[in-house]
Design a protein around this ligand. Sequence first.
Ligand code: CP
Ligand code: NVA
Length: 293
Amino acid sequence: MHFLNLKDLSKGQITELIQKAKKLKEENQYSEKLKGKFLGLIFEKASTRTRISFEVAMAQLGGIASFFPINDLQLGRGEPLEDTARVISSMTNAIVLRTLEHETIERFSAFSSVPVINGLSDLSHPCQILADLLTFDENNGEIEGQKVAWIGDYNNVCYSYAEASRLMGFELHVASPKEFWPSKETRNKLSVTFTEEIDKALSNSSLVTTDVWVSMGKEKEKDEREKSFKEFKVTPKIMDLAKKDAIFLHCLPAIRGQEISPDMLEDERSRVWSQARNRLFVQKSLLLHLLKD
Ligand code: CP
Ligand code: NVA
């Protein structure tokens, strides 16, 4: 099976995967569970957390991972994606792809004979949400029935939050300038509440989260976005509008002074550093789920 979006897993599988990640974190041990398995990583865009967590996860599970920047492959010189997918998947056990367009991952996975994992596309970032769910669980317990506030751009990470809200049964409130909301048709399909009023999204929230205003691939819109999102910033003062025990998450990298105030990452309610480290444990759990059998 491929892991292209969160909905490729059921609620039960996600819950199991998070519990397994918790156990792997407690044990924090080297094992040989994936001995003889090979993971390929093909990235079209920069990455720190996703790349390193997958590489370390494979090493700690006794397997091997190799990173292939797209321009070092014949793919970068025009070899068809479908041919590349058939060849690489004939020699590896799983492949992580980070692409500009989600369609590239879909086309690749259609020709791959081994599981393909979405390591971020313009549409979604399902691996990130697994780490966020683990971090919430560790701090506040069950997410079902809770309210989550997303402040800023409805982007790839937020799309995966929207999927998670449907699957895991939490409310997602997105505070964002109207001109950046998805179309009415898309909004009707989502179980997400959109608002331009930050306080409405924050009130009674147990989790407050955000991401950069300008995602990779959107650089051309930088000036327009920086102007439109100016007020959609998370600060310790804004956090006071959420529940007393609310935590703050950010997938990182963050731009201090834009979507967060300079002091937000170090605020006592921020869990961003354990959230980033949790990428390792959910990646291990996901790899075991996809490769063990
Ligand atoms: N959050 C995240 O995916 O980070 P990287 O871009 O560094 O992988
Ligand atoms: N939304 C960001 C996430 C980076 C991890 C981007 O796509 O650049």
